[in-house]
Design a protein around this ligand. Structure first.
Ligand code: AMP
Ligand code: AMP
Length: 337
């Protein structure tokens, strides 16, 4: 089988534009699955070979046989969590899937994720086991990919109890709040070459924390404004060059440990979400084990990808390139899971 026998497909949201364009640029036909009434961008940008509309992403299971018959390789991104609300549904799918599904539980479960990152020797914010231990700024996070929705800050047990009541005691963790520069590092690991690449970096544009500085401290207090971390967009970042060697070795250790955790380990794109303190310490507070939307500013390539590639290499295109090389060298099973 060659390239013409496969299609690259994904869900219409999150980072799908670059996945579609990247597939085309590498010579694949592509296919986009949209929720009804939400396909206009894919038509307008003339980026999709086929558009399928379904009532809700959850109905993707009804398309399963078609995806299998047409050899569609699905490239997962953040919106897959709204299609497959639990991992068992995703595992039950027999459609071709780029990446290693065995790694997903290590990302989804916050305790397992922490074990993984700790084993890789990364510096993590402290976790408070009980609210009584809160002795400085903490951030309270809920489970599941909600894009920071509902997270809140506290600095002592009383404040924690007051605010958690308003959330009806949703499942959460209490994490040390690190004051520093947030930088999200986008990696790509190729199981074909065994090489790790740093593709790009971003910082987030979150409402309302990124606009609170426009209001004076006095007004913030008078208006009783609470910080929130709802993601709205992404802003490109390049890091001081002296940090790059550290970022490479952090990513390499994450890959090595992933291979100890599960056969095959992590495959393809992933992101380490870091905060760098004034003391130059790099804290990692989360890993995303797939393409992140922070790569969207780089559909046309990034300062880092441009160093290595002669063509504009987005992360979406890098995924398609890996699939292409796997097909051409008869190793497709190495990149699917
Ligand atoms: P969406 O299809 O935009 O709702 O994305 C699905 C999930 O991916 C969201 O719930 C967020 O957790 C995450 N996400 C979406 N867009 C971004 C972004 N620009 N940066 C970081 N995370 C995002
Ligand atoms: P998350 O959904 O885990 O990516 O977190 C959403 C946002 O909360 C991040 O983009 C940061 O702005 C902020 N944040 C998360 N964890 C921490 C932390 N430990 N210290 C400081 N800020 C954090």
């Amino acid at each position: 089988m060659d390239l013409k026998d496969y299609k690259i497909g994904t869900l219409g949201s999150h980072s799908s534009l670059q996945i579609l364009k990247g597939a085309r640029d590498e010579g694949f036909r592509n296919i986009i699955i949209c929720e009804k009434g939400r396909s206009q961008p894919y038509r307008s940008y003339r980026i999709a070979d086929e558009i399928i509309e379904i009532d809700s992403f959850k109905d993707i299971v009804k398309l399963e046989q078609r995806l299998i018959d047409e050899n569609v390789i699905l490239v997962p991104h953040g919106s897959f969590f709204s299609a497959y609300t639990d991992l068992s549904a995703l595992n039950a799918s027999n459609a071709l899937y780029f990446g290693n599904k065995k790694i997903l539980p290590w990302e989804e479960n916050r305790e397992k994720q922490r074990d993984w990152l700790k084993k890789a020797g990364l510096k993590l914010p402290k976790i408070y086991k009980t609210p009584e231990e809160i002795d400085g700024p903490v951030i309270i996070k809920f489970f599941g990919a909600g894009g920071g929705k509902g997270f809140f800050l506290a600095k002592n047990p009383a404040e924690f109890y007051k605010k958690i009541k308003e959330t009806e005691n949703k499942r959460h963790i209490i994490q040390e709040y690190i004051v520093g520069a947030p930088i999200y590092v986008h990696y790509f690991y190729s199981p074909l070459s065994g090489e790790l690449e740093v593709m790009s970096m971003d910082k987030r544009y979150e409402t309302n924390v990124d606009s609170i500085g426009r209001i004076s401290a006095k007004d913030q207090l008078d208006l009783n404004i609470e910080s929130s971390y709802n993601i709205m967009g992404n802003i490109p970042v390049v890091i001081r060059e002296k940090f790059l060697p550290d970022l490479f070795s952090m990513g390499e250790r994450v890959i090595e440990v992933s291979q100890e955790l599960e056969p095959g380990g992590l495959i393809g794109p992933f992101c380490l979400e870091t905060i760098i303190t004034p003391e130059m310490e790099i804290y990692v507070f989360e890993i995303s084990a797939r393409i992140v939307a922070g790569t969207n500013p780089y559909i046309n390539g990034s300062p880092y990808a441009d160093l290595r590639y002669d063509v504009p290499m987005s992360t979406g295109r890098r995924v398609a390139l890996e699939i292409k090389e796997a097909i051409e060298s008869n190793q497709l099973e190495k990149v699917l899971g």
